[in-house]
Design a protein around this ligand. Structure first.
Ligand SMILES: [Zn+2]
Length: 223
């Protein structure tokens, strides 16, 4: 992989380009989708029951008795549904009939993810920009791509690169930028217990590495 250009004026931001491009794949075991969602829910339910019992909770209590199944369904069908490649959003492109040749910025796309180290929420927003190579994409598709990659156990750097790569593939251009700004509950609710910090990550390609284009993008997102 060739060396990235220096990015301008972004001290706080982590550059995400991985040294080894295989790192950007969410590590999945072999046969990850050989069993049905229903079977996964059954298995997770029984294990989560064990966790609750081990902690000493009384699962005969009305308020607790359905929690194992509730958590299992939430994991498979909601929080971690983006592990399933069949749920990857299909992105239809349209011809760029307006001859609009400057950047399109979709900012403050809110998302919820979970850190893969503590399984605690990551809550944040993504700013996405691209310059059309002749095709445009529905705005809601940008949100769907962010949502899909956030619904996995994640690390923010990898999520940023996954969104960036998907946009490049779908839009058939290198001229893409992604900023992710998120609060990690594993930093705020435990451990160092900092409730004010957020983590910024960035991936840029093509024209967004040029100073003029980068500054325009920052002007839009800083507003
Ligand atoms: Zn964590």
């Amino acid at each position: 992989m060739k060396k990235k250009n220096k990015i301008i004026d972004i001290d706080q931001i982590i550059e995400c380009t991985p040294k080894d491009s295989t790192n950007i794949k969410t590590p999945l075991r072999e046969g990850a989708f050989d069993i049905s969602d229903d079977k996964k829910i059954d298995i997770i339910e029984s294990h989560f029951r064990e966790i609750m019992l081990t902690l000493g909770l009384d699962l005969n209590d009305d308020s607790l008795k359905d929690s194992p199944r509730r958590v299992a369904k939430m994991y498979v069908k909601e929080l971690f549904s983006g592990l399933n490649p069949n749920l990857k959003p299909k992105s239809t492109l349209f011809k760029n009939n307006y001859e609009y040749g400057e950047m399109l910025v979709e900012k403050d796309i809110s998302f919820y993810s979970n850190c893969e180290h503590h399984f605690l929420p990551i809550i944040g927003k993504a700013h996405i920009a691209y310059i059309s190579s002749g095709n445009v994409i529905g705005l809601s598709k940008l949100h769907r791509i962010v949502n899909y990659y956030s619904k996995r156990p994640q690390v923010q750097e990898r999520m940023t690169v996954q969104i960036f790569n998907e946009l490049k593939n779908v839009l058939k251009t290198e001229d893409v930028a992604v900023i992710v700004d998120a609060a990690h509950l594993c930093v705020s609710s435990r451990g160092i217990k900092d409730i004010t910090s957020t983590t910024l990550t960035l991936e840029v390609g093509g024209k967004f590495k040029e100073e003029r284009v980068w500054k325009e993008f920052k002007n839009f997102t800083d507003k």
